[in-house]
Write a protein that binds this ligand. Structure first.
Ligand code: ADP
Ligand code: ZN
Ligand code: ZN
Length: 817
């Protein structure tokens, strides 16, 4: 009998591919194992076995696999089921999901690059011959492709050799250069085993009579050793004994103590759980019980708790119950809310049972986390992570918490799979028969709608923890302020007054401005020209710190212009304002205080964001100016004033969610104010002080906002009443973009009639020299989603068969946000 496997390749293929295996391989292989397979003319890829069977493919002859790469499945059956759901729901290839789901180091292919780790400790004696050949080649050449390794070793199956070198920490694969993995080396000391018996020990102590300091250090070492079984650092001993490190070093020199190095596990957490008990307040306790009650009947509970109501503590208690029952808990947050502060809070409570999964982690760190979870290790009880953590290989998930569920960053925009981590998390939980909690102070309309219609349980917590009052919100009318000349730059007199008072009391200020850079555009007063990006249809933005004009879409930049590029007039002004301009103005008004900016420009490096937060926490910064990054989960005690510089540029954003989004953003930033006994203050500057949303923010009227917005969504046929699928066409050729868009739109209108909108150019119609055009499909509730997607797939199939449109890319986005 012949045997076959269907595999998922890390490529955007519409189908799984079938390969032939022999009897022995068939009895060994299991779904979820990796195999190296030939694909195309000469390439080799790592693929995942999805199915083992006896049916040969009909249209091609199955090639044999090159080799098996795992002894145990690396991907669980739940993951395979989850991938297949993601691919079909979000209309993408399983290969796309595979690439998003597995750390790159697991997916070697012939194009992968091998590099030597600079700090590698190469012990030639420990290397097998072939390993040695690879290392030798790498010493001559900084990086080589796996294909070249095949040539060097004159064989196809090189992956096991490379994997062995990775295990030995000698090489890295597929690694971006800047992420060079540096194992942390920490020096410890221990007693020379020669002295490990009473007789020699007494003799030693007698000898040390003449060196009292050294004796003291040694005695301290014994006390410390008796107290803690952990390895002892020189630094620790010096601190505990009060003896200088030099003296300890002299004991090392005498070989009484031995210094040794140990690679610390990057995932390990030194401390033990310290925050022994969290005692929930009465209201929190009530919410806790209601959530459990609600989850008895329904799969999902929406937890609507205002900012600072103590949702985190409620999650912690719920998570605790789940892990005590032997299951794993997943806690998903927006990338930016995954702060050291939060992780510390969890570790204080749960000790080293918490694993963190972060996209800024290096490939090796991600591999470690992945392995711990796959093995269901003691470290993998609670997994805290950003969006992509839903792809981890959970063994027995008991609970998923999605905090800040309204956050649109949960939706992956590019590349495919364009999944929504909140929605996908619910499906993931279902695969394990686990429950999901969605938490937010400002739930998305979609989730609240589901709660209202009893698809989700709903639990409210509308008091701040510790009876802290909600901040007082005041609206400042910019129109009148400008008229009465009560403005200084972009600051109203009210704003300046409040800032001054807050600073005088030694408290901190947060200022929110929804734009980065100095000022969005430069404009000529004479002819009205604004410098444009040559690659994209947008104006360039002025950045004062490097005196540049930059494109936020493609990174194109030129030096700041002295005169108009069109008419040579020197009269150019900056229009609009951003975080940088606010900072400049502030510095001149409050030169004696320290200001800092938190936006995409200042938080680029791996720890830049953390550093800013720490500096702010330690009150090295008095005023923090930022974009929406400020809204996420920062919990500082000393912020007493939050200023929203301009509510209008949020409200005027051309999107059907703009009002909902503005409400959420403003209420979230406002929530950063006054987290202690003293009541905080929020000032909102706006040209439209009577705007419904501004008013609703000022009294924290979520119900009012929900009702109004829902009505609009109903009237204009938007979610949650209609589902959306957006097709975006991209092409370098303008008329081809138009023709292709028309072709697809007509085909779609044939099927879906008036529910097809467009084609339409988006506000920025050209990015990096590619034209963009959108087609939007609205899907009424009673229409089958499956059939709709099938019809779109058929249209796309015919479209792809037209050779004239071959250069047109089509991106399908299901549930765009
Ligand atoms: P939310 O996530 O709802 O905005 P947090 O969970 O951050 O609120 O809680 C706000 C503050 O109140 C935090 O500083 C938190 O440590 C504190 N807090 C909340 N609940 C408790 C509790 N039961 N015991 C002690 N402190 C608490
Ligand atoms: Zn001009
Ligand atoms: Zn550009």
């Amino acid at each position: 009998m012949s045997h076959f496997i269907d595999v998922i390749l890390p490529l955007p293929l519409q189908k799984r591919f079938t390969y032939a295996i022999d009897e022995g391989e068939a009895s060994f292989l299991q779904p979820g194992m990796r195999v190296a397979v030939p694909f195309g003319k000469s390439k080799v890829y790592t693929a995942i076995v999805a199915k083992i069977h006896q049916t040969p493919p009909q249209v091609y002859e199955a090639k044999p696999i090159n080799q098996i790469l795992d002894k145990q499945p690396l991907v669980t059956t739940q993951q395979l089921a989850f991938w297949s759901w993601i691919a079909s729901y979000y209309m993408c290839a399983e290969g796309d999901v595979l690439k998003a789901a597995l750390p790159g180091a697991f997916l070697l292919e012939s194009e992968s690059v091998v590099q030597l780790i600079k700090s590698a400790n190469i012990e030639e004696a420990d290397l097998k011959d072939e390993e040695y050949l690879v290392i030798e080649a790498l010493q001559r050449q900084s990086s080589i492709k796996i294909q070249e390794v095949m040539k060097i070793l004159d064989k196809k199956s090189v992956l096991p050799i490379l994997n062995a070198l990775v295990e030995k920490d000698l090489v890295v694969l597929n690694q971006e250069i800047y992420e060079q993995y540096k194992p942390k080396k920490v020096a410890f000391i221990k007693l020379n085993p020669d002295f490990d018996n009473e007789a020699t020990m007494h003799q030693l102590l007698d000898e040390l009579e003449k060196a009292p300091k050294q004796k003291e250090a040694l005695l301290s070492y014994f006390t410390l050793k008796a107290k803690q079984p952990k390895p002892i650092k020189i630094k620790d001993l010096s601190e505990k004994s009060g003896v200088a490190t030099a003296i300890i070093k002299s004991l090392v020199k005498k070989e009484i103590l031995i210094e040794y190095q140990e690679k610390t596990d990057r995932l390990s957490y030194g401390g033990e759980a310290s925050e022994k008990g969290i005692k929930l307040s009465e209201l929190q306790q009530q919410a806790f019980s209601e959530i459990k009650e609600g989850l008895k009947e329904l799969e999902v509970c929406l937890f609507h708790g205002i900012t600072s109501s103590g949702k985190t503590e409620v999650y912690i208690k719920l998570i605790e119950e789940v892990i005590n029952s032997g299951k794993q808990a997943l806690y998903v947050l927006p990338e930016i809310a995954l702060t050291t502060q939060l992780i510390q809070r969890l570790r204080n409570y749960f000790g080293d049972k918490v694993l963190v999964y972060h996209s800024k982690y290096s490939i090796n760190e991600r591999v470690e986390v992945y392995r711990h979870i796959l093995e269901d290790s003691e470290k993998a009880r609670i997994i805290v992570g950003a969006r992509s953590s839903i792809f981890l290989p959970f063994a027995n998930l008991g609970l998923v918490v999605v905090d800040e569920e309204h956050e649109t960053s949960f939706k992956q925009f590019d590349p495919a799979p364009r999944y929504h981590a909140r929605d996908a998390a619910i499906v993931l939980a279902n695969l394990f028969k686990a429950k999901t909690i969605l938490g937010s102070a400002t739930p998305s309309l979609e989730s609240y709608f589901n709660a209202e219609h009893h698809k989700y349980a709903l639990v409210n917590l509308n008091r701040r923890y510790g009876d802290v009052l909600e901040p007082e919100i005041e609206i400042v009318d910019l129109k009148t302020k400008y008229k009465k000349k009560e403005m200084k730059g972009h600051f109203s007199d009210r704003m300046l007054q409040e800032i001054k008072e807050t600073l005088k009391l030694g408290e901190q200020v947060i200022l929110f401005q929804n734009r980065r850079g100095f000022s969005p555009v430069l404009e000529c007063n004479t002819c009205g020209h604004s410098p444009q990006c040559p690659n994209c249809d947008v104006s360039l933005t002025y950045h004062s710190h490097n005196n540049q004009l930059r494109c936020h879409y493609c990174g194109y930049h030129i030096a700041m212009q002295r005169k108009c590029m069109a008419c040579d007039s020197p009269e150019i002004t900056t229009k609009g304002f951003g975080t940088e301009q606010i900072e400049t103005e502030l510095k001149s008004i409050f030169p004696e205080y320290k200001t800092a900016r938190m936006d995409q420009d200042t938080t680029r490096g791996k720890y830049a964001y953390e550093k800013l937060i720490t500096a702010f926490e330690q009150q090295e910064i008095d005023i923090l100016i930022g974009t929406q990054m400020l809204t996420k989960g920062l919990d500082f005690r000393k912020i007493n004033l939050v200023g929203i510089m301009n509510a209008d540029n949020l409200l005027n954003f051309p999107d059907f969610r703009a009002h909902e989004r503005s409400f959420q953003l403003m209420l979230q930033v406002a929530g950063r104010a006054g987290r202690t006994k003293k009541r905080g203050k929020v000032l909102i500057q706006s040209y439209n002080p009577h705007h419904q949303i501004v008013q609703q923010v000022s009294i924290g009227d979520y119900a009012g906002m929900y009702k109004d917005q829902l009505e609009e969504r109903y009237n204009y046929k938007y979610p949650p009443f209609y589902r959306l699928i957006r097709l975006t066409l991209k092409c370098r050729d303008y008329s081809k973009t138009n023709d292709a868009a028309d072709w697809i739109a007509i085909a779609m209108k044939n099927v879906f009639k008036e529910y097809v909108l467009g084609p339409e150019f988006p506000p920025v119609a050209r990015i990096r020299n590619e034209y963009y055009k959108n087609i939007l499909l609205k899907i009424p509730q009673q229409q089958s989603l499956g059939k709709t997607k099938l019809a779109i797939s058929r249209i796309m199939e015919s479209f792809r068969a037209i050779s004239a449109f071959r250069s047109v890319k089509v991106v399908i986005n299901v549930d765009p946000v």
